[in-house]
Design a protein around this ligand. Sequence first.
Ligand code: URA
Length: 240
Amino acid sequence: MKMQRLDKLISAKLNISRSQAKTMIKTGSVTINGTAVLSCDEKCGDTDEVRVDGRLISNDEFVYIMLNKPKDVICASDGKGEKTVVDLVPDDLRVKGLFPAGRLDKDTTGFALITNDGEFAHNILSPKHHIEKTYIATLDKPITDAVIADFEGGMTLGEEKLKSAKLTPLNPDKTEAEVVISQGIYHQIKRMFKKHGLTVLELRRTAIGNLKIDEKLAPGECRAIKNDELQKIRDNSPAT
Ligand code: URA
């Protein structure tokens, strides 16, 4: 973990001089993880919660953003003329090196996670970590028990044997269903249904791990993901 001097962090975050930051520390205005710190030589790491007079001054090397992705926006950092999910990040959350952790199709909506933390992205995407992604699919025809069984059993798509997926009908005519998968191969859900002669008309991602999309976000809106929410994503992994 990268450590940084407390006075340096406070002066950078509050845009004040180092000596002003030192005075704040010496007068007891600063806490690290809830404990008052009086020494200017103290260091803090990326995950420490630093507060000045109660206000959070996090040592946030990494940012994690939840976007309610609208249609017609692509999951890429450089859209080569097309609008990307990164283009939708507002200035107050924008840092260098942002990219989408995983690729939703252009016409898929819902929870897109944008970050600059490559290791975190790798962990949530790697099938080894088994982080579940939950979607709502609208279909042109009803799903049958045979389709549900094939999803559950780990179907074969082309050469590939997929991991078990959960498929739960959500409406009486069985044309809307919740799908939970823990890997992310190209057009996976659309291809899984296609194998059974069904076409996905709409696809919306509603959760990553145990973290549900914030329903207050209108399409195209973003917000920062809080630390306890990141934990809800990690908690879904039996490997952690
Ligand atoms: N599966 C798909 O087919 N498309 C997506 O965007 C995500 C999962």
